[in-house]
Design a protein around this ligand. Structure first.
Ligand code: HAM
Length: 425
């Protein structure tokens, strides 16, 4: 194929796929509404400094994956790689964190220059939630319970496992980091290449190294549980109690560290085995240090983001999407004759105004009766309305059942609501 193509790792969503996207988005939105989260819409482009400071200079995201460029004013800008930093920036800028509690959500494209593969793209969509101003573990539990409700509603919860960990306070982490580096320096030559590089810039990430030999070396490493602060332990215990009481199962995974620098205390991920290597569909946690880091008064924060494409892949793999979402037309209108053509819009508009709000597709562009009936069938509509000149003059119409075996009938325009009701339209 010649001509221009979309960029590698950046996908079009075709009309045949958009019903699935809309289905997921509406399910997520209805759950967020039930928990009184309010939508925030942030710009897709922000100053590079926001992510360097917020996400962390030595994270993979900032070091290797950002789409960064100079604008015409020579300012360094970046396509957002995630939503938390921008959401905090916006909340601070508009005074939303001052003496207030916020429950916010956002959705939209994020950009990371990663190697594309199934479930991993360079432009991908997230739906995220962030809360500001609540230090206690009940809000961490609420965020998790909310995702659990969503995954049950979508019919995918049996294929997902919740991994939970605590990263402690930043002071505890600094102490642990030092102990970990001291230990790993002793075995430095045996570490995989990536871990050697990370040893001084981001040693905690070595804990979730994919290398088997590195993982074996870690068996002898200092354990974070010996360094964690008492307050974080209590926070984590209370979170676990709340999740137990709410009936949400989890596994405590001490090697879960997450890839972004802002986390403190709680971190979690929902993972599946059904998607191959890219099995994390949702990740999040607490970030009590981020708001002050970005210039605000000390204010706690906690949130998560879900990968929309990964959730869609999972819905398809598990075959849990109702077929009905792909039906986008209820009624197709076939128009034959000059007078009929003139009356067709009047009838179509009155149908669209019925209280049941039928979705009517009009035959536009002419065509023989036969070709119009073919289009009617292809549209997926349940009913064809057939309007000829005689019918138009008498304000009647032929009603044809396209899917079942109801007799074709002639109906007055004014009786259509009653007839549609028989088809649940
Ligand atoms: P994250 O773990 O980097 O966290 O991303 C969240 C989710 O976005 C992942 O679990 C995954 O489903 C999806 N995702 C990430 N990268 C890609 C990619 N290249 N292609 C497809 N999907 C991807 C964050 O972004 C944090 N801001 C989450 C958060 C909010 N923590 C607290 N509040």
């Amino acid at each position: 194929m010649s001509g221009l193509q979309s960029l590698r790792g950046m996908n079009d969503v075709l009309p045949s796929e958009s019903p699935l996207w809309q289905y997921l988005e509406s399910q997520v939105k209805s759950v967020l509404d039930q928990y009184s989260y309010r939508e925030m819409r942030m710009p897709i482009v922000e100053s590079t400094e926001l992510f360097a400071r917020g996400v962390g200079e030595h994270t993979d995201v900032v070091e290797k994956e950002m789409y960064t460029f100079l604008d015409r004013n020579e300012d360094s800008l970046t396509l957002r790689p995630e939503g938390t930093a921008g959401c905090v920036r916006a909340a601070l800028q508009h005074g939303l964190t001052h003496n207030q509690i916020q429950r916010l959500w956002y959705q939209g494209p994020m950009f990371r220059y990663e190697r594309p593969q199934k479930g991993r793209y360079r432009q991908f969509f997230q739906i995220g939630a962030e809360t500001f101003g609540i230090a206690s573990p009940d809000i961490d539990a609420e965020l998790i319970v909310m995702t659990h409700r969503l995954f049950k509603k979508l019919g995918i919860s049996d294929s997902l496992t919740l991994h939970l960990n605590t990263l402690g306070s930043s002071e505890a982490r600094a102490r642990y980091r030092k102990a970990l580096v001291d230990y790993l320096e002793g075995v430095k030559d045996k570490l995989d290449e990536d871990s050697q590089r990370r040893l001084y810039v981001n040693p905690m990430r070595i804990l979730d190294s994919k290398s088997k030999s590195t993982q074996a070396l870690l068996d002898g490493a200092p354990q974070f549980k010996d360094y964690i602060d008492e307050e974080s332990v209590e926070h984590f215990d209370q979170l676990r109690k709340l999740l137990d009481a709410a009936g949400v199962d989890y596994v405590v995974n001490p090697r879960l560290v997450r890839g972004l620098d802002y986390y403190t205390k709680t971190v979690f991920e929902w993972m599946t085995d059904a998607l191959g290597a890219q099995g994390t569909v949702c990740g999040g946690g607490r970030y009590d240090g981020l708001i002050p880091l970005l210039g605000g008064k000390p204010t706690p924060g906690s949130g998560f983001a879900m990968g929309v494409e990964r959730l869609l892949l999972l819905l398809e793999t598990l075959n849990v999407v109702p077929d009905s979402i792909y039906n986008t037309v209820d009624v197709f209108m076939v128009v034959a004759g000059e007078q009929a053509q003139l009356s067709a819009f009047e009838l179509a508009e009155s149908v669209r105004s019925l209280p049941s709000k039928p979705r009517l597709q009009m035959n536009c562009g002419g065509g023989s009766f036969k070709s119009q009936m073919k289009k009617a069938d292809k549209s997926g509509a349940q009913i064809a309305l057939i309007l000829g000149d005689d019918e138009a003059n008498q304000k009647i119409v032929q009603v044809k059942d396209l899917r079942g075996d109801m007799q074709q009938e002639t109906a007055a325009w004014s009786d259509l609501a009653e007839i549609f009701a028989k088809f649940s339209i």
